[in-house]
Design a protein around this ligand. Structure first.
Ligand code: BES
Ligand code: ZN
Length: 837
C-alpha cells in the first residue's frame, strides 16, 4: 500500500518477537495475560500504536536501552487500537514493549473464546480456544494485528489442574506453579502473521503422533472420541507429504496438530501447526460415513494443510489478498485428494462446485473476484462462493491451459521467492509468467478484475464452427459489453482444437462442426449455448459422444438457459428423458437439482402428476443401480444409489422406496449411503413419533456426521406442529454454529418456507445476537425458493430494511436469485404441467 490508510497502523515501530503468557480461568470465563514484544523503532516516535479490542490494560512499560518508560495506555475502542504515549521520543533501534492485560472468554466464537461439551452423564465441560482470522488476535492480546507485521511467537499457558493445552509450536517445557497449575511453554513459531496464532486449553485427548517425514502429526479432541481419529490421521499424513512434494519445500513448522473444537464459527482454520476444525469436519467413523461426508473431511484437511505454505509461509500483504490464498487452497485440496483417492474422481465432483459458482456469477449482484479493500470489515465480504469456488475454478482453468507441470513450476518459484514474506496477488501471475512465458497476467485479469463470465453461443456456419461470447446473465438486459480471454477447447471427432478467444467472435474451420463439443473436458469457467442442430446432434448418442463432465455441462447449461428464460422448463424435462441411461453421479446431481427445481414450479394441485413423472424418470436408473449395495461397487456407485433413493422416495414419494427406507433407517447396520438417504426419505413422510425419535438420535448420535444428518432432516418433516418443534430446538439446544444451516434447510421446505420466514423476522434480533456474525448470510441462503406472494415481497422488503453487517453482498445475491426464481415461476405457471411430459 503506497498511501497511508486510516485502517493501517503507523509503521514507525516493527514487531520482531512476542513472548506471550496467558492464564485462562475456565470457570469464570476470563483470562489474564502478559506480552513482551521485542520491536524495532524504524522512525523516531513518542507514540506506539497497536491493536487491542475487548481487553483491559493493567500495566505498560517500554524499555529502550537503559531507559524504562511507563507510558500512558489509551484504548480507542471504536478503532480497536491501543495507543502508548511514551512521553519522550524513542530513537530508532530495538525496544521492548511489556503489557499486562485481562479479558473475557467470550461466547462469540472469535478471539479467545469458550466452547462447551457435555459428557455421557450430562455434565457440561468448558474449553478455551481461539479464532483470530481476520482481525481477532487483538481480542486475545495487544498486537500489531496486520498480516504483513510478521513476527515470531513464543507462547506459554498456565494450564489449570487436569487440563491440557496445545498451540502452534511443540511443547518444550513444563513448570509447576505454586497454585498447582502448570506453566506449559511452546517452542517459537516461524516468522508469521498474528492471525495464524492459536491456543486451545481444556480436557483434551491427544492421539499418538504419526511420523510424516520427521513431522509429528496428531489429532486433538475432547475425551471419548479417540476412535474417530483414524481417517483424519491417514488423510493428514498423505496430504502433508504430498503437499511438501508438490511445493518442493519442507513443511514450514515443527509439528501438526489437527484440533476438533465443539463450537466453531467457520469450517476450519489454518493456524500454523495447530489447525482447528468443526468436529464434524475432522472426526469420523469411515465405515459409517457417506462418500460426501468423507470427501468433505478429506478436502477440508488438505485445504488447511495447503495453507501452511500458501498463506502461512507466504502471506498476503493486506486483506484484499485473501481471495488468492483461499482460491488456491481450494484448488490444492482437489488436487491433493485426487492424488490420495483417485477413485473418488474429485475433479468430476468439482464441476458441481464450479456450476454453483457460475450460478451466483450469473447475477447482476455478482462481484469481481479481486477488488480494493481498505477496512478489514470489507474483506470479510470476500469469504464467499466467488472467492472459493469461482477462484478455484479460474486457477484450475489456468492450470489446465498451461499444463499442470508448467503451472506447478510457477507456483514453486513463487513460494521459494517469497517464503516468510508477504505478496500481492500479481506476484503469483508474474512468477508463473516468468516460468512459462505465457501472458498469464493479462488473461487472468479478465477473469479476476471484472464480475461475471461468458456464455459462448456455438453454431454451425458455412465455414465451420462459429463461436461468440457474451456475458451470461439470468436477468439479461442485453447491453453488457464485457469480454473475457477464454481458453476454448473444442473437440471434433478425435481432434482437439485450442483457442484463446479474445475477440467477440471467431470461427473455427471444421469439416463436421455439427457434432463438435465446446468446452471439451469441462475446465472452462463459461457456459455453452448450442444452436438447435448441434444440440440435437449431441443428444443422439450423448452416452458415447460425451464424457461425464460434458454431459453434466449439457444438463447444467440447459437449466441455466431455463433460468434465463431462453428455454422453457419443458426442454429440461425433455433432456432428462433423453438421459435415462445415465449412470454417472455428477450428471444425476445436476439432473436431480433441476428436477427438484421444476417441482417448485408445479402448482399444488398437480403435484401428484409431478411425483409420478419423477418416479418414471428415476426408477430406471435406480433399477440398474439396484436397491441393495452389490459386491465390488465403487464409492460413487453407492453414492449414486443414495441420491436416486432420495429422489424417488423423498421427492417422487414412490411407496415401495418409502417402505424400504423405513426399514433401512431403523437398521443400524445399513450401508451408509442408504442410511443417510433413508433418513431424509423418512423425514419427508415423517410422523410425530419419527420427529421425536430423530430428535433423540440428534441428542445421542454415534458420530458427528450422523448427528447432523438427523438434525438437518428435521427441516423436511411435513406437519406444521413438527415445524414448530424444530424451530424451538433452533433457539434451544442446537449449537449456534449449526442453527443457520438448520434454518436455511427449513426455509427451503416447500410447505414451511413462508412460516419459517415469518418466524425468522420475529426472531431476527435474537438471531443476530446469538449466531456467529459470519453465518447470518448462510441462514439467508434458504430464501431462494420463497417465490409465492406475499412472501417474496415480505422477504425483499425486510432484507432491504435490515442490512447484514458481515455479508451484505452475499445477501443481495440471494435476493436476486429469489427474483430470478420468481420470474421463472411466473413464466411457467400456465405451461409447466403440460411440459412435464
Ligand atoms: N481461512 C479460512 C477460515 C476463515 C474464513 C477464517 C473466513 C476467517 C474468515 C479457512 O482456510 C477456510 O477456508 N475454511 C473453510 C473450509 C474450507 C475447507 C473451504 C470454512 O471455514 O468454511
Ligand atoms: Zn482457506
Amino acid at each position: 500500500m503506497s498511501e497511508p490508510s486510516p485502517h493501517r497502523l503507523p509503521r514507525a515501530v516493527r514487531p520482531v518477537r512476542y513472548e506471550l503468557r496467558l492464564d485462562p480461568d475456565l470457570a469464570s470465563a476470563s483470562f489474564l495475560g502478559t506480552v513482551e514484544i521485542e520491536a524495532v523503532v524504524d522512525a523516531a516516535t513518542s507514540e506506539i500504536v497497536l491493536n487491542a479490542a475487548d481487553l483491559e490494560i493493567d500495566a505498560a512499560t517500554v524499555v529502550a536501552g537503559a531507559e524504562v518508560h511507563e507510558p500512558a495506555a489509551v484504548l480507542l475502542a471504536d478503532q480497536e487500537r491501543l495507543v502508548l504515549d511514551v512521553g519522550a521520543e524513542l530513537a530508532p533501534g530495538p525496544i521492548t514493549i511489556a503489557l499486562t492485560f485481562r479479558g473475557v472468554l467470550n461466547d462469540q466464537l472469535r478471539g479467545f473464546y469458550r466452547s462447551t461439551w457435555t459428557d455421557d452423564d450430562g455434565a457440561e465441560h468448558v474449553l478455551a480456544t481461539t479464532q483470530f482470522e481476520s482481525t481477532n488476535a487483538r481480542r486475545a492480546f495487544p498486537c500489531f494485528d496486520e498480516p504483513d507485521r510478521k513476527a515470531v511467537f513464543g507462547v506459554s499457558i498456565a494450564v489449570p489442574v487436569g487440563l491440557q493445552a496445545v498451540s502452534c509450536g511443540p511443547e518444550v517445557e513444563r513448570a509447576p506453579l505454586d497454585d498447582g497449575r502448570t506453566l506449559v511453554r511452546f517452542g517459537d513459531t516461524m516468522v508469521m502473521s498474528t492471525y495464524l496464532v492459536a491456543f486451545v486449553v481444556g480436557e483434551l485427548e491427544i492421539t499418538d503422533p504419526v511420523d510424516v517425514g520427521g513431522v509429528p502429526l496428531r489429532v486433538v479432541h475432547v475425551p471419548g472420541k479417540g476412535d474417530l481419529t483414524g481417517f483424519a490421521l491417514e488423510c493428514g499424513a498423505f496430504s502433508l507429504a504430498w503437499l511438501a512434494e508438490y511445493f518442493d519445500i519442507p513443511y514450514p513448522g515443527e509439528k501438526v496438530d489437527l484440533v476438533a473444537i465443539p463450537d466453531f464459527a467457520f469450517g476450519a482454520m489454518e493456524n500454523l501447526g495447530c489447525v482447528t476444525f468443526r468436529e464434524a469436519l475432522l472426526l469420523t467413523d469411515p465405515d459409517q460415513a457417506t462418500q460426501a461426508e468423507l470427501g468433505r473431511i478429506g478436502l477440508v484437511i488438505a485445504h488447511e494443510l495447503a495453507h501452511m505454505w500458501f498463506g502461512d509461509l507466504v502471506t498476503m500483504e493486506w486483506w484484499d489478498g485473501i481471495w488468492l490464498k483461499e482460491a488456491f487452497a481450494t484448488f490444492m485440496e482437489m488436487a491433493c485428494i485426487d492424488a490420495w483417492k483417485p477413485e473418488w474422481r474429485q475433479w468430476e465432483q468439482f464441476t458441481i462446485e464450479r456450476a454453483a459458482a457460475m450460478d451466483t456469477d450469473t447475477l447482476h449482484t455478482t462481484r469481481a473476484i479481486e477488488f480494493p479493500v481498505s477496512s478489514p470489515d470489507e474483506a470479510e465480504a470476500m469469504y464467499d462462493i466467488l472467492t472459493y469456488e469461482k477462484g478455484a475454478s479460474i486457477v484450475r482453468m489456468l492450470e489446465q491451459y498451461l499444463t499442470p507441470e508448467r503451472f506447478r513450476d510457477g507456483v514453486r518459484a513463487y513460494l521459494s521467492a517469497h517464503e516468510y514474506g508477504n505478496t500481492r496477488n500479481s506476484d503469483l501471475w508474474d512468477a508463473i509468467e516468468a516460468a512459462t512465458g505465457d501472458p498469464v497476467r493479462s488473461t487472468m485479469d479478465t477473469w479476476i478484475l471484472q464480475g461475471g463470465h461468458p456464455v459462448i453461443d456455438a453454431d454451425v456456419d458455412e465455414r465451420g464452427l462459429r463461436l461468440e461470447q457474451r456475458r451470461s446473465l439470468y436477468l439479461d438486459d442485453g447491453d453488457d459489453e464485457r469480454r473475457w480471454s477464454v481458453p476454448v477447447v473444442v473437440r471434433a471427432g478425435d481432434e482437439i482444437h485450442r483457442r484463446l478467444l479474445v475477440d467477440r467472435r471467431e470461427t473455427i474451420l471444421l469439416d463436421e462442426p455439427v457434432t463438435a463439443v465446446v468446452n471439451a473436458g469441462g475446465h472452462g469457467f463459461y457456459r455453452v449455448d448450442y444452436g438447435a442442430s448441434m444440440r440435437a446432434a449431441l443428444l443422439v448418442d450423448a452416452a458415447e459422444r460425451l464424457t461425464t463432465v460434458e454431459r453434466f455441462g449439457l444438463v447444467d447449461d440447459t437449466w441455466a438457459a431455463v433460468l434465463a428464460g431462453r428455454l422453457p422448463a419443458s426442454s429440461f424435462m425433455e433432456l432428462a428423458r433423453a438421459l435415462t441411461f445415465e449412470d454417472q453421479l455428477p450428471v444425476w446431481r445436476a439432473l436431480g437439482a433441476g428436477l427438484r427445481a421444476v417441482g417448485r414450479l408445479v402448482p399444488d394441485g398437480d403435484l401428484d402428476l409431478y411425483r409420478s413423472v419423477m418416479v418414471d424418470l428415476v426408477r430406471p436408473a435406480l433399477d440398474i443401480s439396484g436397491l441393495e449395495p452389490a459386491d465390488g461397487e465403487g464409492p460413487l456407485e453407492r453414492q449414486l444409489r443414495g441420491l436416486l433413493v432420495e429422489l424417488a422416495g423423498a421427492v417422487g414419494c414412490d411407496p415401495e422406496v418409502v417402505e424400504l427406507a423405513r426399514g433401512w433407517e431403523a437398521d443400524p447396520t445399513t450401508e451408509p449411503e442408504l442410511a443417510a438417504s433413508s433418513i431424509r426419505v423418512v423425514a419427508a413422510h415423517g410422523t410425530d413419533a419419527d420427529h421425536a425419535s430423530f430428535v433423540e438420535r440428534f441428542r445421542s448420535p454415534r458420530n458427528p456426521q450422523e448427528q447432523l444428518r438427523y438434525l438437518y432432516a428435521l427441516a423436511l418433516f411435513p406437519d406444521r406442529s413438527q415445524l414448530d418443534r424444530t424451530l424451538e430446538l433452533a433457539v434451544g439446544e442446537v449449537r449456534s454454529q449449526n442453527v443457520p444451516f438448520l434454518l436455511a434447510h427449513t426455509l427451503g421446505n416447500r410447505e414451511h418456507g413462508p412460516a419459517t420466514w415469518s418466524w425468522v423476522e420475529e426472531h431476527w434480533d435474537d438471531l443476530l445476537e446469538r449466531l456467529p456474525s459470519n453465518t447470518i448470510s448462510r441462514l439467508l441462503s434458504g430464501i431462494r425458493w420463497l417465490v409465492t406472494e406475499p412472501t417474496v415481497t415480505a422477504v425483499t422488503g425486510f432484507l432491504a430494511e435490515h442490512p447484514v453487517a458481515s455479508g451484505q453482498p452475499t445477501v443481495d445475491q440471494y435476493v436476486e436469485k429469489l427474483r430470478v426464481h420468481a420470474e421463472l415461476h411466473r413464466r411457467e405457471q400456465g405451461r409447466i404441467t403440460a411440459g412435464l411430459g
